[in-house]
Design a protein around this ligand. Structure first.
Ligand SMILES: Nc1ncnc2c1ncn2[C@@H]1O[C@H](COP(=O)(O)OP(=O)(O)OP(=O)(O)O)[C@@H](O)[C@H]1O
Ligand SMILES: [Mg+2]
Length: 366
């Protein structure tokens, strides 16, 4: 159990700066997820913490132990760090049974046979694989192999757990189960954990905090709710969940907390409460989540909003509800609705509070 402090971490590969001055404090027992597009530096950050790769700058400390300090020339080799690392490819030894796989790190650490037996059996029970101890990896499902890989890491009581896309090899159903299981294990063990995933549902449901990375930088750190409901910029809004972006101009400006009147590219107007100053005449981008928007007849009673005319471009039944593609003055939008819209035109309701107005034009793909 330990706190992890990363300060000013920088790692270059040739002229690529994979991790650029990243600072992150993970509290004792906290579960933090790194989320971001491919190549944004997630694995490089984990590798630097585990010591698999020597960083170029910064400092890494776990509890009282300094793992890395570029300024002082401190660099602990991986075996001197107390990190439990699980990768996407869990790489169990094929010729060893489940029990032997899990016992292996203890053998390396010269733990006595009796102690080893006890700890292997304890940790296999923890991951609910006790009855599979005598099996070989090829006799297990992907999810079961994943749990053995995790057990092999947990067995030596690491100070921190580093998980790099551990569930990505599993099919959707198995992954769902593994996620629920991981959530439960997490509450039981209370281990300081950095988790890397591409899966937003995993990130939102498992994490105490999420770190959204972009091009080696941290774009935002926050609780899942903060990241989802108050994204710091259009990149974060676009990366987490589905977001509709509408370019607009401020017709009537407003200070923080005030009501601004915006004009969309086709001249339609809407009122939106702003969390950032919206000076009159400035260009802005307004972001709405699909679940915040409604077809006009389904507008929530008693909640202030604006009605906007749109054109329907597609409708798909996705189980339980419809996903409807819309167009406003050339900008595509996505709406979730219980009923398929009957015609080619649809009036939609946009809430006054809850949409986010970002300054400037958002540079995000539609
Ligand atoms: N050994 C290496 N040599 C050269 N460049 C590397 C090396 N490892 C990583 N990189 C580069 O560093 C950047 C960050 O890579 P990293 O593996 O950390 O990304 P990631 O966020 O884990 O991506 P993914 O989601 O695809 O796993 C990328 O541009 C990558 O090409
Ligand atoms: Mg990676």
């Amino acid at each position: 159990m330990a706190e992890l402090v990363i300060e000013g971490l920088t790692k270059r590969f040739g002229n690529v700066t994979a991790v650029d001055n990243v600072s992150l404090h993970v509290k004792d027992g906290e579960f933090v997820t790194l989320l971001g597009p491919s190549g944004c530096g997630k694995s490089t950050t984990l590798a630097a913490v585990a010591g698999l790769d020597r960083a170029d700058g910064g400092r890494i400390q776990v509890g009282e132990t300094v793992y890395f300090d570029a300024a002082r020339g401190t660099y602990l080799p991986p075996e001197a760090r107390s990190c439990g690392l699980v990768f996407q490819s869990y790489a169990l030894w094929p010729h060893m049974t489940v029990a032997d796989n899990v016992a292996f790190p203890l053998t390396l650490r010269k733990v006595t046979t009796a102690d080893r037996k006890r700890r292997v059996s304890e940790v296999l029970d923890l991951v609910e694989m006790g009855s599979y101890a005598a099996r070989f990896p090829h006799e297990l499902s992907g999810g079961q192999q994943q749990r053995v890989a995790l057990a092999r890491t947990l067995v030596y009581h690491p100070a921190i757990l580093l998980l790099d896309e551990p569930l990505s090899n599993l099919d959707a159903k198995l992954r769902d189960r593994a996620r629920a299981w991981l959530a439960e294990l997490r509450t039981r063990l209370h281990l300081t954990t950095i988790y890397v995933t591409h899966d937003q549902i995993e990130a939102l449901s498992l994490s105490d905090r999420i770190v959204v990375m972009n091009g080696g930088h941290i774009a935002q750190i926050g609780t899942p709710q903060e990241i989802y409901e108050r994204p710091a910029d259009p990149f974060v809004a676009d990366f987490i969940g589905t977001t509709n972006f509408l370019p607009a101009r401020v017709r009537l400006g407003a200070a923080v907390g005030g009501l601004a009147q915006l004009e969309l590219s086709d001249g339609q107007r809407l009122d939106v409460r702003v969390e950032r100053p919206a000076p009159e005449g400035s260009s802005v981008t307004i972001a709405f989540r699909p679940e915040q928007m409604r077809a006009a007849p389904e507008a929530p009673a008693g909640e202030a909003g604006s009605i906007v005319a749109t054109r329907v471009t597609s409708r798909s039944y996705v189980g339980g509800h419809w996903q409807v593609g819309l167009d406003i003055g050339g900008t595509p939008l996505r709406l979730e609705t219980p009923q398929a819209p009957p015609g080619d035109d649809l009036q939609i309701w946009l809430p006054q509070t809850g949409g986010i107005v970002f300054p400037g034009a958002a540079n995000v793909a539609a």
